[in-house]
Design a protein around this ligand. Structure first.
Ligand code: 5AD
Ligand code: SF4
Length: 457
């Protein structure tokens, strides 16, 4: 009997990737994906623990699912509920205590065991599976990539490393995703070749600390991210390479040089600094100063003058004074971001900063967030407006709301809407930008893109 699986993804791109692999894992067992939980036989919440809001959302969704499941049961049906990902990893048994109707809890390293867990749950045996075995997961990913029958978009992700050893004092990642571990270069290359063979033209390399990549390369010697990018750029069919998320301390000169040398490496970098204040950076255990970050930006711009920059910021970290916050605003002014994310500090149980007795008041956090976001929005709007009249290669990978409209991404990660795009879906088109908005651009196709980016700078 065909069955349906509904997966809800919270949080980062790593989770989006993991969710896609969960769907692949269940497909051979007759589960096809549905986009509504109402008709699902198996509901998986692939969760995020990074801020309190994300965690609370999971519990409120679970309440709704319990009611759905009851309705299903009254109609003689069955629905299994699973909680995976970082809340699963962090909370474990606590979830089954707060939500006893949950059938399966698993961590971010265990989803390849989903079929076994489902089989047990169908026999009425709930399970909590939190083993930390990233190697097993990586082997499994390779097996998945060898399968020829997946359906792929034009732009796909590849996880190349997981976990983090940096222990920023606000962050749960080193606890929920575990120690830093890199996949073998040859496995990543095999996955990329397989994607290219299925028509994928853009790959985004994922990792919590992606530029700390140090996977085993040919001849047993570790490869850096720069080396890996250069090898991936040799694969025919792969036209665009991106990577995220990076840490300033791992932004080595060779990686910066790759931005100058590797045509296929897109001119966009998400490089979070979190704060512009040296005092706060030190309390966050970031282990670098603001000026170190600004020097990297300078080097990157020298290597790739048109590079667009993005960052994450936390406001209201314990002890953050008005002077510290002003330093963040100054840093943002100095860099000029194309886009950026900003968050109010959220104390996470088990992390050092949560126990700091200098917590900042909620009202102060709110005011700072508003001020910072206003500045970042101004910068993003400015950046987008500077695109008007420019021609750039856009990967048109999705259809839009209107007939004949296609959507895609510019090299700088801007969303671009194109009307009357004809049969260009899936192609990289040369688009001339006619309008700019806060979050997107509009343009017209002026040709089929030559893949040489230099032409467009
Ligand atoms: N509170 C607020 N923001 C956080 N982030 C990570 N942990 C916290 C926290 N406890 C933010 C950081 C990180 C992004 C993924 O989430 O800015 O870069
Ligand atoms: Fe978290 Fe990133 Fe710091 Fe690692 S480097 S602890 S993932 S914020």
């Amino acid at each position: 009997m065909p069955k349906k699986i509904y997966i809800k993804t919270y949080g980062c791109q790593m989770n989006v990737y993991d969710s896609a692999r969960m769907a692949d894992t269940m497909a051979p067992f007759g589960y096809s994906e549905t986009d509504s939980p109402e008709d699902a036989d198996l509901v998986v919440l692939n969760t995020c623990h990074i801020r309190e809001k994300a965690e609370e959302k999971v519990y409120s969704d679970l309440g709704r699912l319990q009611r759905l499941r009851q309705t299903r049961r009254q109609a003689g049906g069955k629905m299994l509920i699973a909680v995976g990902g970082c809340v699963g990893q962090a909370e474990g048994e606590e979830i089954t205590r707060r939500a006893p109707y949950v059938d399966m809890v698993f961590g971010s390293q265990n989803y390849h065991e989903l079929p076994t867990m489902v089989a047990s749950a169908l026999q009425g045996m709930p399970s909590v599976n939190l083993d930390f075995a990233p190697e097993a997961k990586f082997d499994f990913l390779l097996e998945q990539s060898a399968k020829p029958d997946g359906t792929f978009g034009k732009s796909e992700f590849i996880t190349i490393q997981e976990g983090c050893d940096k222990f920023c004092t606000f962050c749960v990642v080193p606890y929920t995703r575990g120690a830093e571990l890199s996949r073998k270069a040859k496995d990543i290359l095999a996955e990329a070749k397989n994607l290219a063979a299925h028509g994928v033209v853009e790959i985004t390399l994922l990792g919590q600390n992606v530029n700390a990549y140090h996977g085993e390369g040919q001849g047993g010697k570790d490869w850096t991210l720069a080396r890996l990018i250069r090898a991936l750029a040799e694969i025919e069919g792969i036209e665009r390479i991106r990577y995220m998320t990076s840490h300033p301390r791992d932004m080595d000169d060779d990686l910066i040089a790759a931005h100058a040398e590797v045509e296929k490496l897109m001119p966009f970098l998400h490089l979070p600094i979190q704060s512009g204040s040296n005092t706060i950076l030190s309390k966050m255990n970031r282990r670098h100063k603001a000026v170190f970050y600004l020097e990297i930006i300078e080097k990157l711009r020298k290597a790739r003058p048109d590079i667009a920059l993005s960052s994450d910021f936390i406001v209201g970290f314990p002890g953050e004074s008005d002077i510290d916050f002003a330093a963040t605003l100054r840093l943002v002014e100095a860099v000029g971001y194309a886009q950026a994310y900003s968050f109010k500090y959220s104390p996470r149980p088990g992390t050092p900063a949560a126990n700091d007795d200098q917590q900042v008041e909620e009202q102060v956090k709110d005011a700072r967030l508003q001020e910072l976001q206003a500045l970042l929005t101004r910068q993003q709007t400015l950046f987008n407006h500077a695109s008007i009249g420019r021609t750039m290669p856009v990967l048109l990978d999705r259809s839009g709301k209107y007939q004949g409209q296609l959507l895609g991404k510019s090299p700088y990660m801007q969303s671009v809407h194109v009307r009357d795009a004809g049969d260009m879906e899936g192609q990289i088109a040369e688009v001339t930008i006619t309008e700019a908005h806060a979050n997107s651009l509009t343009g017209v196709i002026t040709g089929q893109a030559e893949l040489n980016m230099r032409k467009f700078i």
